[in-house]
Design a protein around this ligand. Structure first.
Ligand SMILES: [Fe+2]
Length: 293
C-alpha cells in the first residue's frame, strides 16, 4: 500500500489560529511553527505537526495529510490517480513549515487530501508524557458514503476494517484498525478528529486536564465496539469536535470486516457514556464543508 499513515489535518475557520492556546494548554498539543498566519501544532510523536490552524471565512477542512514512503511512491500514486481522472496537482516540494514533497487530490466530495513524504520529523519524542502522541483518526461525514468508500479503497488502497451497520465504515492503511472513518450524512463535513494518547492513564489525564480548564466531556468517557478504543469527545470553541483515544485495536492482513449492530452494549462497551446528546450529534454533523483550500 502506498499510503502508509495519517499524518495531519489542516483546519480552517474564522480566527481559528487564536485557539492555539487552548489546544496547547488544554488539549496538550505543542506549538511547532507559525508561518503566514497559520499555527502548526505537534504531538509528542515524531510528526512535524499533526494540526494546522488556518484563518478562513468558514469552518471546514483545509486538507487531510497522509504519508507515503518516498518520492517514487508519491510520484507513482500521483500518476495512477491522474490516469484515472482524479483531480490532482503535480508533485512538488512544499515550502511550508516541515517542508516535504507531495501532491494534493480531491476526493469525490471535493475534500482536499494530500500525500506527502520527506516531511521533517522531530527527534525529541516524549512518549512518557500525557499529551496526544499523534492523530488517531478522522471521521468524515459524507452524503455519498459508498462512493467515497470505494474511492478510498479502490483508488487510494485503504482496506475496510469494520462497519457500524450501514451508517459508518472504518478504513485502515496500516495495522491501526482505522485512521479514516466515513459517516453517512446529508452533507460533507468533518465529524471529528481523534488524538491518540499513549495509554489509558494518559487518556484519563487528558480528560482531567481539560476539566481543569473548564471543559467537561460532551460525550464519554466510554469505549467503542468497532476499534475497541476508549473515547472522550469535546465540542470545542474552535468549532470542531476533538476526541481523546488510546489502545486502538491493531489488526493484521487476515482481519475480516464485521458489521457491528448499533445497540448500547456494543456501541458503549463500558456502559459509561450512553448515547450522544442532541447537541453532540449536531456538533458532529458539523457545518457543510466549503472545501476552501
Ligand atoms: Fe473517533
Amino acid at each position: 500500500m502506498t499510503i502508509n499513515r495519517l499524518r495531519a489535518i489542516a483546519l480552517g475557520g474564522p480566527g481559528l489560529p487564536a485557539h492555539e492556546s487552548l489546544l496547547a494548554e488544554g488539549w496538550g498539543l505543542i506549538a511547532a511553527a507559525h508561518a503566514d498566519g497559520v499555527a502548526y501544532l505537534r504531538g509528542t510523536g515524531a510528526e512535524h505537526h499533526i494540526v494546522a490552524l488556518h484563518d478562513r471565512p468558514a469552518h471546514g477542512i483545509v486538507s487531510v495529510d497522509f504519508a507515503a514512503d518516498d518520492r517514487s511512491a508519491v510520484d507513482a500514486l500521483q500518476r495512477s490517480l491522474a490516469a484515472r481522472g482524479v483531480r490532482v496537482t503535480a508533485p512538488a516540494a512544499l515550502t511550508t513549515p516541515g517542508g516535504g514533497y507531495g501532491f494534493a487530490l480531491h476526493d469525490p466530495d471535493g475534500r482536499r487530501l494530500r500525500v506527502l513524504c520527506d516531511v521533517a520529523r522531530h527527534a525529541d519524542t516524549a512518549d512518557h508524557d500525557d499529551h496526544p502522541r499523534k492523530l488517531s483518526h478522522v471521521v468524515l461525514n459524507t452524503p455519498q458514503m459508498d462512493v467515497v468508500k470505494d474511492f478510498f479503497c479502490d483508488v487510494l488502497g485503504f482496506k475496510i476494517s469494520d462497519w457500524s451497520e450501514d451508517q459508518m465504515v472504518f478504513l485502515r492503511c496500516n495495522s491501526d484498525h482505522h485512521c479514516v472513518a466515513l459517516n453517512r450524512l446529508g452533507h460533507a463535513s468533518l465529524n471529528h478528529v481523534a488524538f491518540e494518547m499513549r495509554s489509558i492513564h494518559a487518556y484519563m489525564r487528558g480528560i482531567g486536564r481539560m476539566k481543569a480548564k473548564g471543559f467537561a466531556t460532551d460525550w464519554g468517557p466510554g469505549r467503542h465496539g468497532p476499534g475497541n478504543n476508549p473515547f472522550a469527545y469535546f465540542a470545542l470553541p474552535t468549532g470542531f469536535v476533538f476526541e481523546f483515544t488510546a489502545e486502538l485495536q491493531q489488526v493484521g492482513p487476515d482481519h475480516k470486516p464485521q458489521v457491528w449492530q448499533r445497540v448500547p452494549h456494543l456501541s458503549d462497551l463500558w456502559g459509561t457514556a450512553g448515547p450522544p446528546t442532541p447537541a453532540m450529534r449536531a456538533a458532529m454533523a458539523g457545518r457543510p464543508d466549503p472545501n476552501q483550500a
